[in-house]
Design a protein. Sequence first.
Length: 63
Amino acid sequence: MPGMSDIVRDSVVDFSRLQDWMISAKKNNDLETYEQMYKRYIELKVILTTAGVNLNELDRIKE
């Protein structure tokens, strides 16, 4: 079973990758894909916030 530090680490990595993809989708006017990824973006924000991670530096989408 993964520990909290593993969950936080994996979530930070996923959050960063997802934001890269979201920025690319928005840039290419692929709003359908963007909206689908936005759901996961919110889930990851909840996980990281609950774990006490300050998202001020990590969040590049800011929605």
